[in-house]
Design a protein. Structure first.
Lengths: 312, 551, 218
């Protein structure tokens, strides 16, 4: 983390330069209008200062061309800025398909991070450089926000749902991680660092330390322990639909709607099973609300995701 | 404007004359008054108290932030400080300030009425205000609330263990003050204009308050019910925003910001009205583009209800919804810019007198311009992702609220002070206050733009060392700003005891309020005025123009 | 302008009774606009959760007593009629009748509140009051609690407005008795009528949205 004084954070992700350029454009436009108006007002204050008490200037009631000009020109400037911002925003919240996944659970007042390979971290996020990374995040308690100024991106971390964000870091180093949504007493110490490493170093780091199970393996273990396998079998015919191949596929619900089975759908199915019953099945699945942690949920979801992957 | 006021009435501004201040004495005559002018003064005193309270909290916050460590306060205390600073300033100072103090006093005078349409309701508004304010103050004193003035769930509904429900009740009751004032002003403007005062002869201050009344009436109830639901959830655990029950905490944000975004326009639009009056008077020229300025207030009021989601770009709301909100937010920039351009054009070839109100108004223009332009940074989607919940946002809203709104309020206060009190203040002292406020304000908040872009989050009690230099500058500025406020306040108080007596029109301004005594008599006009000329007819030959009063 | 300059009800800051009457009416409509927004927030929240948890809302709705709710609907509509008659009598100067129609409205209003208390006490016995004793053994316990939270807050807020209405009637009674209202000055009666009609209309929305969800499915 740079300690030199600067007007902007380090440029450490693919977003940083476009965002900084947009910022400087906005600063330039703002500075232009501010200086223009301020200078003009000061000139008027001097040039038209009252010289005698019975001065009576002629009224100028208005000018339609002028009103149109200074409405339409700023309008088009605004539309231009909007377009630049919206376009970049769209790309900032659409992770590329080849992004690697990392899972984040925020809680008062720490960040718990799980890599699919099994490595866990607290308040630190290790990622490989030049690789798109997608974070799937939820909170155990109140709303937090995962903010990495050097990457110019953040996202709220909300209890009861998954929010995702992605980035591709461009520079090896360590960068501030802040919680950016007020969350109680220790909000200002819910901070950490993002550690960007060369690919090889990252692989070494991943496999270092005690050998542990991957998230999918942990999920499979939980799947058995919690009794999911009783109804959800490898093939269809169980009391519940089979989960092989379900992630990412469309599912028809009893209500007739068709939804795509993503992380949120699977989460909802575990916590509020009778709210989205699959067509052709009875609403008999018990709820696991309050019985499993957010981290376990993510492990289960990773396991179910692995059932859709072509055998690697 | 010609009126049927007899020429000798200006002389009534001398010692023995009866006016609204001295025609009745005793605490009951104040606490049970239905005179809009006295109610305006009651609000002046009580809003000033909340401004001081909020200001003390701000001072403590800035002191703590001089060092990166949390060495003055515990984290919980700090969290309570910024919460109560926001609650006191927004709900109990900014929202009432211009409408309840200046609007109450001046609005009936400007339209030639004897009072507002519902004077007893007006008094009830004030009692709602101080009841709500007392509850909120009690919540502060008894232990404090630490949720932030935004009361986001589930923190406020399930996790915070302060006096959340009590503070929310105080804010809820205070909401009725706003609503009833809005109902009162709307009806007054529609129904109680003097003969000849057509809509397009109304001063722009009135148009601004009309737009504000619409927002107060339609927006405030939504936050009222939202805060009530949060309070019920906090007290009884009913579960509407609780994710463990399947509730949606983001729904609370939607409902909250549906009001709280128009609320920021409720706070600033009356200020726009003040600026129009002051700039016209001290340029001695009609406002350029009157109808554009009038309609821009209405446009802002309407559009203001359609942009609430721009506070929620990073919550995970649909990308398409965010785009719509961003798009409409850019629309609002246009009527706002139109006002700035029209005020500037008013000064062109005017006859400019830099008295204190004008100094504040010009300061407003510069600072509000910066504040408004930085608002465009935040409505730019990709930009907001980086800037959301950082000091950039804090600086933006302080620029528009303090650099903008408070300066506009002080401009109006100094403009109508002679009318309200019958006294003139010392110009040099008043200007000194204005300049110190302007300089101190900039030093306090400009570094915060940089802090925000560097990524420093808001509501942080401790922070990384590299941000310290900017915080020290900011606290230095806050000291100057505080000094400026004290001098401004002292100057006004001093004028009550030692100020020269004011005539009816010390500024040679146009407007019905300047054709009556300073201070006015209890029922404002000796006879109902009849309006025959356009507003801001500064070019007219006028007997009162020669009355320079006691300068 | 009428010869109302000396009318006892004319306030000194109004020029004449007509201006006063128009102002009072406009003020009341503005106030009702904010009431719509107030309940509107609740309806918005209700809509979000009804879409999200439709099944739970159907279950919850079917637990609400159709007969009591229906009775209350009839009572309220009748009371809107009686209060409209009271306003008409005021406009026509039939002093005694104003009083009688007001009594009828009050009785109906109190009957409504009585029925509501019966409903609430049943819910108490069934352990369905969130924040007090809510227990639900079946599935969707969370969404069921949300449904009943909306039920109680919405009908409770409505009932509070009814109580205020009854209070306003009690306050107006002595003035009606004293013959203060007539063709020249009846705006308090008319504005009260507006308020009462509004409270009635809120119930017209509440009843189907809370009591009648999915009844046709059963």
């Amino acid at each position: 983390m740079s300690k030199d004084f600067s007007l902007h954070p380090e440029l450490a992700s693919t977003f940083a330069l476009p965002v900084d350029l947009l910022y400087f454009l906005l600063v330039a436009i703002s500075a232009f209008f501010t200086v223009a108006i301020v200078v003009v007002v000061i000139i008027f204050c001097v040039k038209y200062r009252r010289r005698s008490d019975d001065e009576r200037p002629k009224p100028i009631h208005g000018s339609l061309p002028l009103e149109l000009a200074w409405s339409i020109i700023p309008f088009f400037i605004c539309m231009g800025i909007f377009t630049l911002g919206a376009d970049m925003f769209f790309r900032m919240y659409r992770a590329p398909a080849d992004a690697i996944d990392v899972y984040v659970v925020g809680k008062q007042w720490m960040w718990k991070i799980q890599h699919p390979e099994g490595k866990r971290e607290i308040n630190e996020l290790h990622v490989p450089v030049n690789t798109p990374v997608r974070l799937t995040m939820t909170s155990e308690d109140v709303i937090h926000a995962f903010s990495i100024p050097a990457f110019r991106t953040k996202r709220d971390v909300v209890p009861g749902r998954y929010n995702t964000m992605w980035f591709e870091s461009t520079k090896v180093g360590e960068y501030h991680l802040f919680c950016a949504e007020y969350c109680g007493t220790q909000h200002s110490t819910m901070i950490g660092k993002v550690v960007v490493m060369e690919e090889q170093d990252y692989q070494n780091w991943l496999s270092g330390g005690a050998a542990g199970e991957s998230m999918a393996e942990a999920g499979m273990r939980q799947f058995d322990q919690l009794g999911c396998a009783t109804c959800h079998k490898n093939q269809s015919g169980g009391r519940g639909p089979t989960l092989t191949g379900v992630y990412g596929s469309p599912v028809q619900l009893a209500s007739g709607d068709i939804v795509v089975a993503d992380e949120s759908y699977i989460r909802e199915s575990i916590l509020q099973p009778t709210s989205q019953v699959v067509n052709g099945y009875q609403p008999i699945m018990p709820t696991f609300q309050g019985q499993i942690s957010e981290e376990t949920l993510l492990q289960l979801i990773t396991y179910i995701k692995s059932l859709s992957e072509p055998t690697e | 404007m010609t009126t049927t006021v007899t020429p000798e009435s200006p002389a009534a501004a001398d010692h023995g004359a009866e006016n609204y201040l001295n025609h009745e004495y005793g605490i009951k005559s104040w606490l049970l008054t239905v005179d809009h002018k006295r109610i305006g003064l009651l609000y002046l005193i009580t809003t000033t108290m909340f401004f001081a309270l909020g200001g003390v909290f701000a001072g403590l916050i800035r002191l703590e932030l001089m060092t990166p460590q949390g060495d003055m306060f515990q984290a919980d205390t700090y969290n309570k400080l910024f919460t109560m600073h926001g609650v006191a300033m927004i709900f109990f100072f900014l929202i009432p300030s211009v409408p309840a103090v200046l609007g109450n006093f001046v609005l009936p005078l400007m339209i030639g009425a004897k009072d507002v349409a519902f004077p007893r309701l007006n008094l009830l508004s004030w009692y709602c205000y101080i009841t709500g304010g007392s509850l909120a103050t009690f919540a502060i004193v008894a232990g404090g609330v630490d949720t932030g003035w935004t009361f986001y769930t589930p923190y406020s509904s399930t996790y915070s263990d302060g006096f959340v429900a009590l503070a929310l009740t105080g804010v809820f009751i205070n909401g009725f003050s706003s609503i009833l004032t809005g109902v009162n002003f709307l009806t007054t403007i529609h129904k109680m204009r003097a003969p000849g005062m057509t809509w397009f002869r109304l001063p722009l201050f009135i148009w601004a308050h009309y737009a504000t009344s619409l927002m107060m009436i339609l927006g405030t109830p939504v936050v009222a019910i939202t805060l009530l639901l949060v309070a019920l959830e906090n007290l009884l655990g009913i579960g509407i925003f609780n994710p463990d029950l399947g509730g949606d905490p983001i729904l609370m944000q939607h409902l909250f910001w549906f009001y709280s975004h128009p609320a920021v326009y409720i706070m600033i639009v009356p200020g726009f009205g003040v600026i129009s009056e002051v700039i016209a008077c001290f340029s001695r020229k009609a406002i350029f583009g009157y109808s554009f300025v009038a309609f821009s207030s209405l446009a802002i009021a309407l559009l203001g209800f359609l942009v609430w989601g721009h506070h929620m770009f990073t919550t995970g709301q649909s990308v398409y919804a965010s785009m719509v909100f961003s798009f409409i937010t850019f629309f609002i920039a246009v009527p706002t810019a139109v006002k700035i351009f029209n005020w500037t054009a008013t000064m062109y070839r005017g006859s400019i007198d830099l008295k204190t109100p004008m100094l504040y108004a010009i300061g407003f223009m510069g600072l509000f311009l910066i504040g408004g332009l930085t608002g465009t940074f935040l409505s730019t989607l990709a930009m907001d992702v980086h800037l959301h919940d950082t000091y950039f946002v804090v600086s933006h809203f302080h620029y528009v609220m303090v650099g903008g709104m408070v300066m506009a309020y002080l401009s109006g206060l100094h403009f109508w002070w002679p009318k309200m009190t019958g006294r003139l203040y010392d110009e040099l002292m008043a200007k000194t206050g204005a300049v110190l406020i302007f300089l101190g304000f900039n030093l306090t908040f400009f570094p915060q733009f940089v802090l925000g872009y560097l990524g420093m989050p808001r509501r942080y009690h401790v922070y990384p060392e590299e941000f310290q230099i900017l915080h020290v500058a900011s606290t230095g500025g806050a000291t100057v700003l505080g000094l400026g406020y004290i001098i401004m306040f002292g100057c006004l108080i001093y004028s009550l005891f030692r100020g020269a007596k004011a005539g009816p029109n010390p500024w040679t301004a146009k407007g019905l309020e300047w054709e009556i005594e300073s201070p006015p008599i209890a029922h404002n006009f000796h006879e109902t005025p009849i309006v025959t000329s356009e507003p801001y007819a500064y070019e007219e030959e006028d007997v009162l123009l020669a009355d320079k009063a006691s300068h | 302008m009428s010869s109302s300059a000396s009318h006892p009800a004319l306030r000194h800051y109004f020029d004449d009774l007509q201006q006063q009457h128009e102002s009072a009416t406009m003020g009341m409509w503005a106030f009702l606009a904010q009431e719509i927004m107030f309940f509107g927030g609740l309806f918005a929240g209700y809509t979000v959760y009804r879409f999200k948890y439709f099944n739970a809302f159907v279950t919850g709705s079917n637990l609400l007593p159709l007969e009591w709710g229906g009775l209350n609907t009839v009572i309220l509509i009748a009371s809107s009629f009686t209060v409209a008659m009271a306003v008409r009598c005021a406009q026509q100067g039939q002093h005694k009748s104003i009083f009688n129609w007001f009594i009828a409205t009050m009785v109906l209003g109190i009957a409504f509140l009585g029925v509501k208390s019966i409903e609430y006490s049943h819910k108490y016995h069934d352990h369905l009051i969130p924040g007090l004793n809510f227990t639900w053994d079946g599935p969707m316990a969370g969404p069921m609690k949300i449904f009943f939270s909306f039920y109680f807050v919405m009908t409770g807020m409505h009932a509070l407005h009814m109580v205020i209405g009854v209070g306003l009637m009690i306050w107006l009674m002595p003035k009606i008795r004293a013959g203060k209202f007539g063709p020249e000055y009846y705006s308090p009666i008319e504005n009260f009528g507006l308020y009462w009609h509004f409270v009635d209309i809120v119930w017209i929305f509440l009843f189907p949205l809370l009591y009648l969800i999915g009844r046709h499915i059963q």
